[in-house]
Design a protein around this ligand. Structure first.
Ligand code: AMP
Ligand code: GLY
Length: 460
C-alpha cells in the first residue's frame, strides 16, 4: 500500500514510525514532514493545506490512502475536497469530513452536539458581539474561575481561565471585539482572536484530573486506543503559559476499567452514535479531552448521576485528530499493526481488526526552544541525537539547514524533539527519558522534569 501522511510535527513522526513498521506499507510519503520523518519514509515538499498539490500528488503516485495528522486541513475540508475530485474520489482518507471536523473547529457546535446527545460536559452558553450584555450577566451566574473559549480554531490559545469576575468581563469584551449593547458593530474593536472569537463559549469551570482518550472509528465501529495524560503548561508544577504540550504519560493510573467503562458508555458510544444519527461522515481519529470530575454541583442538570467512588468523566473538548504529544506515547503502546487498523477504517470493517496494547508504560518528554511558548529563535544547531540509546526520538520542530555540503539538523519550531521511552512503570520510563533528553542539545533547550509526577497509582 502507498500511503501519504500529512503533517510535520511530533505526532506525524510517531504515526510515520508506527506505520513504517507495517509489512503492508510499500511506500510511505510524508508531506511536508520534518528532519525525523524522512527516516520512516520520503518527505515531500507539499504543505498539509495545499489541497491542489496534494490531489495532484495522490493521482500521480497512485496513493492508496491519505492519513491526515493535523486539524487544520480537516477543518478546511480536505476530506470533501479529495472526494469531490474525480482523480482522488476513491482514495480513502483517514480523517473526518468537514462536517465532522466541526467538532473541533467550533466549540459552540461541539457543546450543542453534546447537549443533543446527553454527553456529560460543563454547563455553558455561547454569545456573539451583539449579545455582550447577556454574556456579562451570564458570567455573574457562575462561580470563579471563569472559562472563556473562542469558538473557532486558535492554535491552542483560545481558552482563557480567569480568576475574577472583573477579568472575565474585560476578556469577554476583548474577545468579542468590544461591542456594547445596541452597538451594531460600527465602533467595535477587532475581536481578540479575529474571526475565531466572534463567538465565545462561556462555561462552568470543572476541577479534576485530565485524561486524553483516543478512538479510531469507521463511522460505525470503533476501537479505543491507549489513553494518555498531557502536560500543557510550560512550567513545572503546571505553572506558567499554556503550550502545545510538554510531555505525556500512558497509561493513566486512574483510567482503570471502571472509569473507562463510564467513558465508553457515557461519552464514546453516544458520540459515534450521534455522528451517525446526524448523518456526519466520520472515518478517523476522535480525541476526547476529558476530565475526571470531582466538583459536580448538586444542581447539575446532566442526566448522569455523580458517583463519588471513582471520578465521573466529562468532556472538555473534542479534537478531530490524534493528540500531540500524546501520540508519541500512544504509538509506543499500540502493539497492533496501525495500517491494518486504518485499513479497517477505510473498508468499514474495523470490528474485524484486532487491537492489542503493550503492557509497559510509555512516556514522552518534550524538548522545547528557549522562550517558547512566546518568541524563540529558530535555526539553532541540534547535537547529540545520535548518542540517545534505548529511547525513541520523535522530531517535532526540526529541519535540515539549507547547505547541501554539510546538512546540519537545526531547530525549526517551539517544540523541537520528543524523547519517548518504555518502562515497567512510568517511573522507570521517565528516568530513561530524562536521562536520554540530557544528551540532546541546542541553545536554550528546556524540558520539564516533573512530567508524570502528579499521577499516583491511586484511583482518581
Ligand atoms: P481546550 O482547548 O478546550 O482543551 O482547553 C484548554 C485547557 O483549558 C484544557 O486542557 C483544560 O486544562 C482547560 N479547560 C478548558 N475548559 C475547562 C473547564 N470547563 N474547566 C476547567 N478547565 C478547563
Ligand atoms: N495535546 C493536546 C492536543 O494535541 O491538542
Amino acid at each position: 500500500m502507498k500511503i501519504l501522511l500529512l503533517g510535520s510535527g511530533g505526532r506525524e513522526h510517531a504515526l510515520a514510525w508506527k506505520m513504517a513498521q507495517s509489512e503492508r506499507v510499500e511506500k510511505l510519503y510524508i508531506a511536508p514532514g520534518n528532519a525525523g520523518t524522512c527516516t520512516c519514509g520520503e518527505n515531500v515538499a507539499i504543505k498539509a493545506d495545499d489541497f491542489e498539490a496534494i490531489k495532484q500528488f495522490v493521482a500521480d503516485k497512485g496513493i492508496d490512502m491519505v492519513v491526515v495528522g493535523p486539524e487544520d486541513p480537516l477543518v478546511k475540508g480536505i476530506y470533501d475536497d479529495l472526494k469531490r475530485d474525480p482523480r482522488t474520489k476513491d482514495v480513502p482518507v483517514i480523517g473526518p469530513s468537514k462536517a465532522g471536523a466541526v467538532l473541533e473547529g467550533s466549540k459552540d457546535f461541539a457543546k450543542a452536539f453534546m447537549q443533543r446527545h446527553d454527553i456529560p460536559t460543563a454547563r455553558y452558553r455561547t454569545f456573539d458581539g451583539e449579545h455582550l450584555a447577556e454574556g456579562l450577566l451570564f458570567l455573574e451566574t457562575l462561580q470563579p474561575p471563569y472559562v472563556l473559549k473562542a469558538d473557532g480554531l486558535c492554535a491552542g490559545k483560545g481558552v482563557l481561565i480567569l480568576g475574577t469576575l472583573e477579568e472575565a468581563r474585560r476578556e469577554l469584551r476583548e474577545m468579542l471585539g468590544g461591542h456594547e449593547e445596541g452597538d451594531k458593530g460600527h465602533n467595535a474593536a477587532k475581536p481578540k482572536f479575529g474571526d475565531a472569537s466572534r463567538r465565545v463559549v462561556i462555561e462552568e469551570f470543572m476541577s479534576g484530573t485530565e485524561c486524553s482518550v483516543f478512538v479510531l472509528t469507521d463511522g460505525e465501529h470503533y476501537k479505543i486506543l491507549p489513553e494518555a495524560k498531557d502536560y500543557k503548561r510550560i512550567g513545572e508544577g503546571d505553572t506558567g503559559l499554556n503550550t502545545g504540550g510538554m510531555g505525556s504519560v500512558s497509561p493513566v493510573p486512574f483510567a482503570g476499567d471502571e472509569w473507562m467503562k463510564k467513558v465508553e458508555d457515557r461519552i464514546i458510544r453516544p458520540t459515534i452514535e450521534g455522528l451517525r444519527q446526524e448523518g456526519i461522515d466520520y472515518k478517523g481519529f476522535i480525541f476526547f479531552g476529558l476530565i475526571s470530575r470531582t466538583n459536580i454541583p448538586a444542581c447539575h442538570t446532566s442526566p448522569v448521576k455523580p458517583q463519588p467512588s471513582v471520578g465521573d468523566p466529562y468532556v472538555i473538548e473534542y479534537n478531530c485528530r490524534m493528540g500531540d504529544p500524546e501520540t508519541e506515547t500512544v504509538m509506543l503502546r499500540l502493539k497492533s499493526d496501525l495500517v491494518d487498523l486504518l485499513e479497517g477504517v477505510a473498508r468499514g470493517d474495523l470490528d474485524r481488526r484486532a487491537i492489542a496494547f503493550d503492557e509497559r508504560a510509555a512516556v514522552c518528554v518534550m524538548l522545547v526552544s528557549g522562550g517558547y511558548p512566546q518568541a524563540y529563535r529558530k535555526g539553532l544547531p541540534i547535537t547529540g541525537i545520535d548518542q540517545v540509546e534505548g529511547s525513541v526520538v520523535f522530531h517535532a520542530g526540526t529541519a535540515f539547514s539549507p547547505s547541501p555540503q554539510s546538512p546540519q539538523m537545526v531547530t525549526a519550531g517551539g517544540r523541537v524533539i520528543a524523547v519517548s521511552s518504555y518502562g515497567k512503570d512510568k517511573e522507570e520510563a521517565l528516568r530513561k527519558s530524562f536521562h536520554e533528553a540530557q544528551k540532546i542539545n541546542f541553545e536554550g533547550r528546556y524540558f520539564r522534569r516533573d512530567i508524570g509526577a502528579d499521577l499516583s497509582e491511586s484511583k482518581s
